[in-house]
Structure formats: C-alpha cells, structure tokens
Ligand binder design. Structure first.
Ligand code: 13P
Length: 250
C-alpha cells in the first residue's frame, strides 16, 4: 500500500454480541500491546456494547467504532442513533453505507453522504462501504458501480479529514467467496483514483480496506496486495482467536 496510508483492520460484529462477548474484545486487546506495521485495529460492536467496550478497553490499542449513524444531530427519530451519542459512548469510528444497510434499509449514496457529514461533525472517522453485486460483476459493471458509489457517498467536506473506504463485494460477504487477487488489485486502484478525484490529495491518505470473507487463511495474501490498506472483517472478528491472526497478517 502507499506509504501515505496507515493500515486499519476493523472488525464488524454486525448484530452479534452480548455482555459476555466483551471477553473476546479484552483477549484481543491484551494480546495487542503492540500492533504490527504501524496499523490501527478497531472493533465495531452493536450499539448496546459500545459504552461497555469503551470502558473495558480504555487505554488499549484497540479503537471502537459503530456500525451506522443517523444523518440528523437529534430529534424525533425513534430507534435511531446520532453521531454525538456514539462519540459520547466512546466510539471514534463509524461504518457507513454497509451493503446490509443499503439493501435491507434502502440507503442510497445520498443518504450515506449525509451520514458521513454527521459523523465528521461529531469527530467520528467514517469507514465508507462500497461494493458491487454478483450480477453487476458478471455484467462487467463492477468498477463503474463502485466508482459511482464513491462519487455519490463521499461528500466534499471529507477534504482534509481522516476517513477510509471499505470495498466489500456483496457476493463475497459471509459466503466464503472472494474475488481473485487481480480483481481486488484492479478495483482498489480504481477506488483510489475515484477517491482522489472526489476529495483531492486527502484521498491519498485514506486506507482502502478489503472486506468479504477475510479469514486467517487468506488474510496474508489479500493484505499484501497493492492498495489494500487493511480489512473490514465480519464473522472472523467475533473471536479473538480468529481476528488476531488477521491483524498479525498486516
Ligand atoms: P464477512 O467477513 O463475514 O464476510 O463479512 C464482511 C463484512 O460485511 C464486514 O463488514
């Protein structure tokens, strides 16, 4: 990856985890007194665990992120959560535009861009997710779709701010399937160009994470590819014994 990029390995727990799962986070943090390659490590638990995880991991190397945020700062939005609440609970990062939000909750690129703005306004660092469906890849449209998502989901206010982009092919999430190395390299190069096009030189510092069936067995190979600046890990981030070797593969 380019020297200007600080790698990030983030675990997305999705809708998994009760109080007892904090033991996994603690095991991870205790093992990571030092993180290789100047990388950053984050866990993104469900909202209910953010505060407790922040307390449990205080002073550790592991950062905490949320999985979504509402675009408004406060108000009558039953069941939603504002960026200031996430920051108040101890999160410093937030995933926005995950494909599960885009497909199951109808989030558009414009919605995602507003969420990014809300995150930045509360000092949260966004991880913006993009990725094509299998049909889009098969029809040769993957790069156009993903670059379109970048253009629509990255607001101009990102200029000068820290953020990352996660490339997560929808068909690779939770399936055990991954794109070929060539496909990952080509897509990450296209994403870098699209980011720089959108937010200028700031875009050279953004880590471009790969996500979708990252496991201990394939992490080393994927993380070594040019322009892969880390990983967004789902299932394999739930257990410290799986997530640790992925972190150490950077
Ligand atoms: P899996 O690692 O379980 O495929 O999930 C990827 C993902 O969606 C992370 O955000």
């Amino acid at each position: 990856m380019p020297k200007s990029v600080r790698p990030l390995i983030a675990g997305n727990w999705k809708m998994n985890g009760l109080g007892a799962s904090l033991a996994e986070a603690l095991t991870l943090a205790e093992a990571l007194t030092e993180i290789p390659a100047n990388a950053r490590v984050a866990l993104c638990p469900p909202f209910t665990l953010i505060g407790r995880m922040a307390t449990a991991l205080k002073g550790s190397t592991v950062e905490i992120g949320a999985q979504d945020v509402h675009p408004q700062a406060s108000g009558a939005y039953t069941g939603d959560i504002a960026a200031a609440m996430l920051a108040d609970a101890g999160a410093t990062l937030v995933i926005v535009g995950h494909s599960e939000r885009r497909t199951m909750h109808g989030e558009t690129d414009a919605d995602v861009a507003k969420k990014v703005e809300a995150a930045l306004a509360s000092g949260l660092e966004p991880i913006v997710c993009v990725g094509e469906t299998l049909e889009e890849r098969k029809s040769g449209k993957a790069e156009a779709i993903v670059c379109g998502q970048i253009e629509g989901s990255l607001p101009k206010v990102l200029e000068g701010r820290a953020f990352s982009v996660a490339y997560e092919p929808v068909w690779a999430i939770g399936t055990g399937l991954t794109p070929s190395n060539e496909e990952i390299v080509a897509m990450h190069a296209a994403i870098r160009a699209a980011i720089v096009d959108r937010v200028g030189e700031t875009g050279r510092k953004a880590a471009i994470l790969y996500g979708g069936s990252v496991k201990p067995a394939n992490a080393m190979e994927i993380l070594a590819l040019p322009e892969v600046g880390g990983a967004l890990v789902g299932g394999a981030s739930l257990k410290a014994a799986d997530f640790l070797p992925i972190v150490r593969a950077i």
